[in-house]
Write a protein that binds this ligand. Structure first.
Ligand SMILES: [Zn+2]
Length: 120
């Protein structure tokens, strides 16, 4: 397991994850499609927010279980609390500053967020 540093565009938000960085999640829900999100799933014990807690904004929609965090200064989606696995974070692969693998080398796991239940 390696440690990868992540940040938003303006640098306010800094975090670290411990990961093998072998696979990534691609979700087809309406939010992930619009973000074009490619995410790395990590257990909360493998995630550390280093700085920027005050600049972190949270977007919730539909069932309001997942917490989608983004930087309120530069607007970049950094990571979110997953709905299907609440003890995990989904981390924006493109926010990792020292990723040593290209996105097309990652094994892509499809998540069918669009098939999850929706709020009335
Ligand atoms: Zn920022």
């Amino acid at each position: 397991m390696k440690t990868y540093q992540g940040s938003c565009h303006c640098g306010e938000i800094q975090f670290e994850i411990d990961s093998e960085l072998k696979s990534a999640l691609k979700c087809d829900c309406s939010l992930c499609r619009k973000k074009n999100a490619l995410m790395v799933g990590v257990h909360e014990s493998q995630f550390r927010l280093i700085s920027g807690a005050d600049s972190l904004a949270t977007y919730q929609w539909n069932m309001k279980i997942a917490k989608h965090h983004f930087c309120k200064i530069c607007g970049i989606y950094t990571f979110h609390r997953r709905r299907s696995k609440p003890d995990e974070y989904g981390v924006n692969f493109f926010c990792l500053d020292n990723a040593d693998i290209e996105p097309d080398q990652l094994q892509t796991e499809r998540v069918h967020g669009s098939k999850l239940s929706v709020a009335d």
